[in-house]
Design a protein around this ligand. Structure first.
Ligand SMILES: Cc1cc2nc3c(=O)[nH]c(=O)nc-3n(C[C@H](O)[C@H](O)[C@H](O)COP(=O)(O)O)c2cc1C
Ligand SMILES: CCCCC(=O)C(=O)O
Length: 356
């Protein structure tokens, strides 16, 4: 099955409200569409007669040496997509050597997610995503949970000072998890109502000070997710980020921003190799990964395709998505005369004429 067929199978398997939650974006979904379309405007200029029978596509990421260049981006509520939920995703990512980013909005507690990954691979890399919280004690409790579970890095999502307005969810009245599902990591936190999970809080009042505070709480590397402006990328490095993730949240926050991949070159220039830069949004094929790496990314994140794999076929479906993307990428690397990721350089990407 191709990724497109997995998407169709997922659509058939999911109830329409859940499908819309995953598929949808903010506003008129312009950014959602632009993320994928932007890749059509980039073409690869291969080099010839410089390839190799053996290629190495592994990449060293914070807390994840020798990882796949395809990272599972944090996506909420996997138990809505499949009864095995985040555990299935974790087993699949571990089996494929891919970093799994789980997070505050997971429907399985982080300890269970890491345990599932460890049941599959000796040394899986699971990162924990959280929103900078205005209450330090809440952030600290989440950080300890991630550490105790065995996560190897934290991801702070900074593109969500307020919730995005997801048009389809508003139309469908999808404002809360159905009975029987919860953001399990939010249970028992300071300020949580007894027996119930605390609400996931986003605040426009958080700042770089909160990033500094979080960094001081932990020895884990901290990546900053949701950067588009090159000056923010620079600030992230200055504030000790171990990595910068260029992302517009899959078109689910501001519907007037550029396509994610179009923001990558300027961010990569600003970061200038000091920490890894990752890119997510609209990555759907191996060629997209090659373009992103040539434009300065060390790895890419994939969001929706993983959820489609999960909904269609559980663990096996997620494995299929991750394996297909890595295999297509390896094939593209071979076609471009590369033997390792760093052989893809900026001069090998050109703009297509927009005459079609
Ligand atoms: C259903 C869904 C849930 C998401 N939940 C989160 C989340 O909890 N935290 C976060 O930082 N990003 C979240 N994202 C954004 C993804 O991490 C990622 O930026 C985006 O999906 C990448 O775009 P793609 O879906 O085109 O690959 C979510 C995206 C989707 C589609
Ligand atoms: C409170 C959960 C937020 C999930 C999210 O980030 C998204 O749906 O885009």
């Amino acid at each position: 099955m191709t990724l497109r067929e997995l998407h169709d199978a997922a659509r058939a398997a999911l109830d329409p409200v859940t499908y819309d939650y995953v598929a949808g974006g903010a506003g008129e979904e312009r950014v959602l569409a632009a993320n994928e379309r932007a890749f059509d405007r980039y073409a690869l200029l291969p080099r010839v007669l410089c390839g190799s029978e053996t290629r190495d596509t592994a990449v060293d990421l914070p807390g994840a040496p020798g990882a796949s260049p395809v990272v599972v981006a944090p996506t909420a509520f996997h138990r809505l997509a499949h009864r095995h939920g985040e555990r299935a995703t974790a087993r699949a990512a571990a089996a494929e050597g891919a970093v799994l980013v789980t997070g505050t909005a997971a429907t399985t507690a982080v300890a269970g997610v890491v345990a599932a990954a460890r049941g599959t691979a000796a040394d899986p890399a699971v990162w924990f995503q959280l929103y900078p919280h205005p209450r330090r004690d809440v952030t600290e409790a989440l950080v300890r949970r991630a550490e105790d579970a065995g996560c190897t890095a934290l991801v702070l999502t900074v593109d969500s000072p307020v919730f995005g307005r997801h048009t389809r969810d508003l139309r469908n009245g999808f404002t809360d998890l159905p009975p029987g599902y919860a953001a399990e990591n939010m249970r028992g936190l300071p300020g949580a109502p007894p027996g119930r999970p605390a609400a996931i809080t986003m605040s426009p009042a958080v700042s770089w000070r909160d990033i500094d505070r979080t960094r001081r709480m932990t020895a884990l590397p901290v990546l900053v997710k949701g950067v588009l402006h090159p000056r923010d990328a620079l600030l992230a490095v200055e504030h000790g980020a171990a990595g910068v993730i260029v992302s517009n949240h899959g078109g689910r926050q501001c519907d007037t921003v550029p396509a994610a991949v179009d923001c990558l070159p300027a961010v990569a220039r600003a970061v200038a190799g000091r920490v890894p830069v990752l890119l997510d949004g609209g990555v759907r094929r191996g060629g997209d990964i090659a373009v992103a790496l040539a434009l300065g990314a060390s790895a890419v994140g994939v969001g929706r395709p993983v959820v489609w794999g999960l909904a269609a076929e559980g663990e096996a479906g997620v494995r299929r998505v991750l394996a297909a993307l890595r295999d297509e990428y390896d094939h593209t690397l071979a076609l471009c005369g590369g033997r390792r990721n760093t052989d893809l350089t900026g001069d090998m990407v050109v703009r297509r004429e927009e005459t079609w």
